[in-house]
Design a protein around this ligand. Structure first.
Ligand SMILES: [Fe+2]
Ligand SMILES: [Fe+2]
Length: 177
């Protein structure tokens, strides 16, 4: 998937940010997410980069743990498959929106064990609040949760697609044009 990131984001990728998350951004398994569809025409890789950079900046301004914000932001959607193209039939409780945060935690521990800790784990696991009922424990997790929603705000321009955006319906469904 060829895509351009906003200039604002490119210029925000400073040396400190890259020293924190460089090993994730260049990881072979992680880079496969450049081909995974997020919402509409944005890749999962680009979406996570947006969430990570914005969360990192906000955490820094607020004097919070910006390393956690940067890492958890990148890993929050590190789930298994390009679910929008998957033909697998699932019942609602196993729909992408409910299960992908757990997949992201599992994959993060497998690929980046040295970067993981309980705060990052919780921030990834709870980012789908309130769809997943339990809220984040840490302030950094709240930042990820809110920035993720802000970065997905095309929801509000196409409210009919809400079910698809929250992971309850796949790309190519009845509301797709
Ligand atoms: Fe997510
Ligand atoms: Fe996300």
């Amino acid at each position: 998937m060829k895509e351009k990131l906003p200039k604002k984001i490119i210029s925000a990728l400073d040396d400190e940010y890259l020293s924190i998350v460089g090993s994730i951004l260049t990881n072979k398994e992680y880079c496969k997410r450049k081909e995974y569809h997020h919402h509409e025409n944005r890749s999962v890789y680009a979406h996570c980069l947006l969430v990570s950079v914005r969360s990192y900046k906000i955490a820094k301004i607020l004097g919070l743990d910006y390393k956690t914000a940067a890492i958890a932001g990148l890993l929050h959607d590190f789930y298994d498959k390009d679910w929008q193209l998957s033909k697998e039939k699932t019942n609602i409780r196993k729909a992408h929106g409910f299960r992908h945060a757990q997949e992201a935690v599992k994959n993060s521990y497998e690929c980046f064990p040295d970067l993981m800790n309980k705060k990052i784990e919780n921030s990834i696991l709870r980012h789908m609040f309130p769809l997943n009922f339990i809220p984040p424990v840490y302030l950094e997790g709240w930042i990820i949760c809110l920035v993720d929603k802000y970065c997905s705000c095309e929801i509000f321009s196409r409210p009919k697609n809400l079910y698809k955006y929250v992971g309850l319906k796949k790309k190519g469904g009845a509301d797709d044009e």
